[in-house]
Unconditional design. Structure first.
Length: 299
């Protein structure tokens, strides 16, 4: 669709879903129950996936395999060769072993989700993440919590909570990238709210604020790889997520105690970019996404 080539300003989305309403004002104190819950979510996301992922023991094994084993096998599911990123695979191998009924390739986190993919007749090799989480490309371990509790909280938040009158796809029908964005953006929203609390209270020493900055830094790292696009709309979602990551990196790079004005400016940018990608995510998870996209961006 032509909207994909001429994306307009995404502030229009937020008239539909006020995902970060609390960031625009209000009187939420840092000691409220919501703030405490937010702090817990961000802290869990930044304390390492070995204790926060659903398949933590398998993910630990995956990390050990990635870091310390060497293999000459080229088959899907084998350990990555030493010094290489990902496991060598062909697209056909991945389709045969991991494609679901919708045609999406979904590699479990405990089976080396980062793959070096080659296609028959081509010398090009693409390194791609085929899980439904943002992972460290070297280890294949998620940079955020991957618990069922997070999904149970985050998926409704980005769907029925925002626009209850709209019909949405199920979790099983969402693309890998959409699932990863549900998890990552929910945590980023919590981190933004906690950052706003710190700015209001002029307290940048709290653990919740420090955890928020650590999350933003980790998410913005080059090694933090989002799932590969497997749907046309995933491409635009990736572009907006990358813009959000860039704004997070800029925010986390500033010491608010040294330059509070500059920090506040970057916070506003980070909040705007987060709103943009969150708004698009809500639309893409709906069953009538094409109609809603046309209403928002035009033909």
């Amino acid at each position: 669709m032509r909207w994909n080539h001429r994306i307009k300003m995404f502030t229009a989305i937020f008239s539909l879903v006020a995902i970060l309403t609390a960031c625009g004002g209000g009187t939420k104190e840092a000691t409220t129950k919501e703030s405490a819950q937010d702090a817990g979510t961000v802290a869990t996301a930044t304390n390492g996936s070995a204790t926060s992922t659903t398949d933590s023991s398998a993910a630990d094994t995956n990390a050990e395999d990635s870091a310390g084993t060497s293999s000459t096998s080229d088959t899907a599911g084998s350990s990555p060769e030493e010094g290489k990123i990902g496991v060598d695979s062909t697209l056909e191998e991945l389709k045969q072993k991991y494609a679901d009924k919708l045609g999406y390739i979904r590699v479990p986190l405990n089976d080396h989700p980062v793959r070096r993919v080659s296609e028959e007749g081509s010398k090009n090799i693409n390194i791609a993440n085929y899980s439904d989480a943002v992972v460290n490309m070297n280890t294949g371990i998620p940079i955020h919590s991957d618990s069922q509790r997070l999904i149970d909280d985050a998926f409704p938040f980005f769907t029925t909570v925002q626009a209850p009158e709209v019909s949405y796809v199920s979790w099983e029908e969402a693309t890998n990238l959409e699932r990863a964005m549900v998890k990552t953006l929910f945590i980023s929203r919590q981190a933004l709210l906690l950052t706003e609390d710190a700015m209001k209270n002029k307290d940048y020493t709290s653990q919740s604020f420090k955890d928020s900055m650590v999350f933003f830094k980790n998410a913005a790292e080059f090694d933090s790889m989002a799932p590969v696009a497997q749907h046309t709309y995933d491409i635009t979602l990736t572009k907006l997520y990358d813009k959000a990551r860039e704004s997070w990196a800029k925010l986390a790079a500033i010491d608010p105690e040294q330059d509070e004005a500059a920090f506040a400016e970057k916070y506003t940018e980070a909040r705007t970019e987060a709103n943009n990608v969150m708004g698009l995510l809500n639309i893409l998870l709906s069953t009538n996404e094409e109609e809603r996209l046309e209403q928002t961006y035009g033909k």
